[in-house]
Design a protein around this ligand. Structure first.
Ligand code: KG4
Ligand code: ZN
Length: 340
């Protein structure tokens, strides 16, 4: 029998300092997340310099806690996986330098991981039998992609946002109706009390073959609606605004991902990223998927938002393909999917 591969993974690309121990890419022994949300909430979004400082304060105990919870010592670890992009450069550097220090001192392989590949890989943890090919919808605060995953490490980007990410649109609209940061979960909750057909917000469509997204026009439409109501002293029903906005987002995400499945003759959709926790998106995809004989998979909410377990899973598949990074690996804030 092959030896188990235990990876210590580190994630610090945005406002979560996280470390995890993952065995063979699918089994999570620990998954520690230190969130900075309460600090950034006061500013209505992530402040990059503050994020870097908070990562420095947290990284040591987060890694120690991950090892402790896994009941392992550093010597038991086979490789160190770490996010090196995309993300905030100062934030990425904290996790990366820490991981490089560990890899050098322990003489263990270092595996640089693309954060988006990490989000996709969260599905391998949740669904133990999941194997490519499948279509993945990655929807987070910073990214919106439809990816055709042909094989491990083989990604074809079918569609992406031309402006705001889906989560970013949620956060901006939430701020406009006074819900605070992060807005996604709050809009999700408030929408349940509203009428999704109350206000007809626009859906951006490009030409027939293009499966890209645009959410900035939708965000502006919501802001214009709120201004108009305000100027004519009409009362705004925030639950209706939330539900109608959410419907517009969920409709385009669902349509484009289903079109991709048809185009690629694939019968599995995996969703990933913070917005993959969204209840309307899950329900709509399951319903529309069922009509087409397509199975829809999603990770537990703790694996949707930023975490290191997903990085440990992606690192394992890189490691198995022999992709080990050198110790001069640098942070790449704009790292593209599939790029190394
Ligand atoms: O993946 P993530 O933790 O960070 C990035 O890599 O960007 O995603 C965070 C984003 C935020 O924009 C947050 O508002 C959104 O995910 N989010 C949600 C929900 N939970 C988190 N959006 C919609 N509905 C949710 N339930
Ligand atoms: Zn993320």
């Amino acid at each position: 029998m092959n030896k188990d591969i235990k990876i210590l993974a580190i994630e610090s690309s945005c406002d979560e300092t996280a470390a995890a121990v993952v065995v063979n890419g699918r089994e999570v022994l620990s998954n520690i997340i230190s969130s900075q949300i309460d600090i950034h909430k006061k500013f209505g979004g992530v402040v990059p310099e503050v994020a870097s400082r908070k990562h420095i304060e947290a990284i040591n105990w987060v890694v120690e806690s991950a090892l402790k919870e896994a009941d392992l010592e550093l010597k038991d670890i086979d490789a160190i996986g770490v996010t090196y992009g995309p993300g905030l450069v100062g934030a990425l550097l904290v996790g990366l330098q820490y991981a490089k220090g560990l890899a050098y001192a322990l003489k263990k392989p270092l595996i640089g991981v693309n954060h988006i590949e990490g989000h996709i890989s969260a599905n391998f943890i949740e669904h133990k039998d999941l194997e490519p090919p499948f279509v993945c919808l990655v929807v987070s605060g910073g990214h919106t992609f439809i990816v055709y995953m042909k094989d491990y490490g083989n990604y074809e980007v079918i569609g992406q946002t031309r402006d705001d990410a889906a989560g970013e649109a949620y956060d901006k609209v939430a701020r406009a109706i006074g819900l605070g940061y992060p807005g996604g979960p709050k809009i999700d909750k408030l929408s349940k009390e509203g009428n999704e057909n109350a206000i007809k917000f626009p859906r951006a469509n490009f030409h027939e073959e293009c499966l890209d997204f645009s959410f900035s026009g939708l965000k502006s439409a919501v802001l214009n609606y709120l201004n108009k109501m305000n100027m004519t002293s009409k009362e705004v029903n925030n639950a209706d605004v939330a539900a109608s906005f959410q419907k517009a987002v969920v409709d385009v995400l669902t349509d484009n991902v289903i079109k991709t499945c048809k185009m690629k003759s694939v019968d599995k959709i995996a969703i990933a990223g913070g917005v993959a926790s969204n209840s309307a998106l899950r329900n709509n995809l399951i319903e529309k998927g069922a009509e087409m004989g397509i199975k829809v998979l999603f990770p537990a909410p703790i694996l949707c938002t930023d975490n290191a377990a997903m990085i440990g899973s992606a690192a394992y598949f890189e490691y198995m393909r022999g992709n080990v990074s050198s110790l001069d690996l640098n942070a790449k804030p704009n790292l593209k999917l599939g790029e190394r």
